[in-house]
Design a protein around this ligand. Sequence first.
Ligand SMILES: Nc1ncnc2c1ncn2[C@@H]1O[C@H](COP(=O)(O)OP(=O)(O)OP(=O)(O)O)[C@@H](O)[C@H]1O
Ligand SMILES: [Zn+2]
Length: 491
Amino acid sequence: MSQPARTPDPHIVLYDTMQRQKVPFTPSTPGHVGMYLCGPTVYSDAHLGHAKKEVAFDVVRRTFEHFGYRVRFVANITDVGHLQDDSDDGEDKMLARARLEKLEPMEVADKYFWSFFKDMDDLNVRRPSINPRATGHIQEQIALIQELIERGHAYESGGSVYFDVRSWPEYGKLSGRKLDDQEEGTRETVREEKRDPRDFALWKRAEPEHLMRWDSPWGVGFPGWHIECSAMSLKYLGEGFDIHGGGLDLQFPHHEAEIAQAEAAGHAFARYWMHNNMLTVNGEKMSKSKGNFTTIQDVLKKYDPMVVRFLLVSSHYRSVTEFGEEPFESAKNGYRRITEALGNLERALKDAPEGTDAALDARVAAHVRAFEDAMRDDFNTPKAVAALFGLTGDVNAALNLNQGRVGRASLEAALDAYRTLGGGVLGLFAETGAAAQDDSEVVDALMDLVLKARQNYRLQKQYAQADELRDTLTRVGVTVEDTKDGVRWKR
Ligand SMILES: Nc1ncnc2c1ncn2[C@@H]1O[C@H](COP(=O)(O)OP(=O)(O)OP(=O)(O)O)[C@@H](O)[C@H]1O
Ligand SMILES: [Zn+2]
C-alpha cells in the first residue's frame, strides 16, 4: 500500500559519537538525508557481524523514509586490498586470498561482491542508492592526496605518501585518543619512511609482487586504507553531508583518518557519526581475521532469514548482540508469534463485517505511537519490537473475544500497522519470511511424494537411491525417521 507523502518529522534524535550524546537530527538540506556507510572488504563471505551492521543501518534508512525524508544512501565496497594490519604493514588480504583460490584479485573481489549482495537480499537489506567501489575511484583518491600535500598535511617518502598527523592537532577528536597513546608502525622500513610512527599511508608504493597497482604522481602504487571513504563520500554526498556510519571497531583509526583527510584538505565532513556495536561470540567480536565467524549463508541453512533479521533488530544497534543457539531459538518463537497474529488477521479479514471496533482502534493507535516514539529516539528497535508484541497481544485478544469477527476497518488498521512498521520500517516481512512459512501445504504434498518414492526404492532393494533421497533431505534440514508406526519427517 503506498503511503501518502508525509512532512519530514523534525523530532528524530540520534546518538552522535562525536558529541558523545543523543542530539536532535537536523538535515543539511530540508527533507533530505545523505548517509554514508563503510562497506565490506570483499575477500571472503560475509558473516553475521556484517549482517548486524547492514541491518542496523538499513533500519536507520527505512526509519528516515518512514518519517518523510528522502534518503541518499551511499555504501562503498572496498576492493583494493588492504594491508593486514593497521600500521601500513603486512600482506594484502585480497592478494593473499587470490593466491589461495588461484584467482585474479579482481576475480576475488567480484566473487565476494556478488555473494555479499546475495546475502543482503536474503536478509531484506535494501541496496544502496550508490555503491561506489574503491578501484573505480582511484583518480578521486589521488586528487584528495594532492590537496593534502599542497596544504602541507601530507608528504611523499620513498614512493609512498603519508598523512602528517603532527600537522593536524584535531587528529583523535572522534575517538578521544591522544596522539601519544597511539600505536607505532611495526616494520623497520615502514618506520623509516615516516616522519612520525603514527603517520598513516595515503598511498603505498607497489612492490613488484603486488598485483593491484595504478600510476600516480608518486610512481606505481595503490591507495592507503582510509582515503577511499573520504573521497567517495564527498563525491556523492557533497560538503558537510549528514550522517556517516560504520562499526564501532572502525572509529579508530579508520574514521579518525577519514575525518583528518577530508578536513585537513579543506572539506566539511560528516555532521553526525553513528556506530553500531559488535556481534560477539563468547564476548569477543566476530571477525574474519579472528576466524570465529559464522557466515550468513551457514546461518540461513538453519534459520529463516526473517528470524535472523528479527534477532538482530531485537537488540539495539548500540548494544552488543551475543551469537548463540538460545537467542536464535527465542527469536524464532518471537517471530512466529507475530506472523501467526498477522495470519489470523488476514484470515479474519476475508469475511469481516463492516464497521469498527473502537477498543481495538485505540489499542492499535497506542502501539503505533509507542513504535514511532521508540524509533524517533535513536532508533530504539527493541522498544519498537515490544510495541509489535503489544499489538499482537491486542489483536489476538480482540479476535478471540469476538470469534474472529471484528469490524473490517479496525482489522485493516491493525494490518496496516504490521505492514508499515514491522514490514516497512523493520523490514521483517519479506517474501522469504512470512510468505515462506505459508508453504506448508505444498511442502506436505511434496514430502508425501518423496517418501513414497523412497519406499518404492526400498521395496525394490535399491538402497543406494533410497539413501540418496534421505541424504538430500538431510542437507536441506529435513530429518526422516523410520518408526514402527511408519515414516515420520520433520524440519
Ligand atoms: N562482529 C561484528 N559486529 C558488527 N559489525 C561488524 C562486525 N565485524 C565487522 N563489522 C563491521 O563490518 C564492516 C566491515 O568489516 P570488515 O570487512 O573489516 O570485517 P571483519 O570481519 O572485522 O574483518 P577483519 O577481521 O579482516 O578486520 C565494518 O563496518 C565493521 O565494523
Ligand atoms: Zn570507511
